[in-house]
Design a protein around this ligand. Structure first.
Ligand code: ATP
Length: 340
């Protein structure tokens, strides 16, 4: 188990309290062979998938929590439990002290949910029509609605496409409109499942900035899932990593980076004809046309020693070092967990 920092201890400031949560799904296995078609129908093979295997997690008011993990790790299942769309098979989920399934009606008034892969907008209607629908169905008082509409239009730049049909929006515009819609009833907790999926760099920056603004100006608690680790690192100081339905890491990003050591890259430039020197404690990653890249752990191998060694072996023309990107760190972590 990699080094981990435990989650916040429950206090009156705790918004989300998940304890011992187990969630299983039944999956129907179908043979693709034609001769098995009848057996598939009459006696389908069912296998049980454990999506969440005893999760304990608490989140404090005003915190932004990054929730990450490889495909199938259980992120969306957690968001669905927190949204009240699913009930756990064992353990308990409490948000604001409420049971999201049993107290669903009052509960959903206090949360906002955005699934990056789904939209709540009416597909064949202008964006504004879904906002108006929400005002009526959610019985949002007119004064509050107008105030929030002005706020979300400004925050997310919705004016430019508020009268456009939802189906004619770009992905980035659609995401902004969906987030705006989720904010109209002034939720205290925002659950975002892959909110930057498929967004270009500018749309992504705008989305991230809006989430940060919401958190800073309204002390909104945010739980956000993504595969985009640089996005998560920009948003959150705390990250929870799931692996096969269990929490494999819960702590700060610098601690996550440090779990596999202080991983760095060293790029030596030499004359093109010079072969890559062997440097003890550093692994040669690539070597082309006099550019030799090594991976090393700066916590184990002092960089000054590596440079001195390299210079004593070959004439070095230039040197560059950088930290592994958060994506590289996380890919290596996933590999180390899979190898356990
Ligand atoms: N409705 C469902 N029926 C059956 N199995 C499901 C269902 N939803 C999820 N699962 C299974 O539960 C496990 C966790 O899925 P989940 O969607 O929570 O993962 P995730 O971390 O969000 O993955 P991804 O990053 O790919 O979206 C997976 O093995 C998945 O196949």
């Amino acid at each position: 188990m990699p080094a981990s920092v435990r989650s916040a201890t429950p206090t009156s400031d705790t918004v989300v309290e998940i304890s011992g949560v187990l969630k299983r799904y039944q999956q129907r296995q179908r043979s693709e062979k034609l001769r098995d078609a009848l057996t598939n129908l009459v006696r389908p093979k069912i296998s049980t998938i454990t999506a969440l295997d005893g999760i304990d997690l608490s989140v404090r008011r005003g915190e932004i929590l990054a929730y990450a993990g490889a495909n199938g790790a259980g992120k969306s299942t957690t968001i669905k439990l927190l949204s009240g769309l699913l009930a756990p098979d064992a353990g308990s989920v409490r948000v604001f002290g409420m049971d999201p399934v049993r107290q669903r009606v009052p509960y959903v008034r206090r949360i906002g949910v955005v699934f990056g892969q789904r939209t709540d907008l009416w597909w064949d209607h202008p964006v504004g029509a879904t906002f108006e629908w929400k005002r009526v169905v959610w019985e949002i008082p007119r004064e509050r609605f107008d105030r929030m509409l002005a706020y979300v239009k400004e925050l997310l730049g919705l004016d430019a496409f508020f009268q456009t049909l939802a189906r004619e929006l770009s992905l980035g515009q659609r995401m902004r409109a969906d987030l705006g819609l989720a904010l109209m009833h002034e939720p205290e907790l925002l659950l975002l499942d892959e909110p930057t999926l498929g967004l270009d760099v500018l749309a992504k920056r705008r989305m991230l900035q809006s989430i940060l603004d919401l958190n800073a100006s309204r002390a909104m608690t945010v739980i956000v899932t993504s595969h985009d680790m640089p996005d998560l690192e920009q948003l959150a100081s705390r990250v929870v990593m799931l692996h096969r339905g269990a929490i494999a890491f819960d702590g700060a990003f610098p601690a996550l980076r440090a779990t596999l050591g202080d991983r760095r890259r060293l790029v030596l430039t030499t004359d093109a004809a010079v072969a890559a020197p062997t440097l003890p404690g550093a692994d040669l990653v690539s070597s082309t046309d006099g550019q030799h890249e090594y991976a090393f752990d700066a916590a184990q191998v002092p960089i000054a020693g590596l440079l001195a060694e390299a210079s004593s072996l070959v004439p070095v023309l230039d040197v560059e070092t950088h930290r592994d990107s958060i994506d590289e760190v996380v890919a290596d972590l996933y590999e180390s967990w899979l190898a356990r």
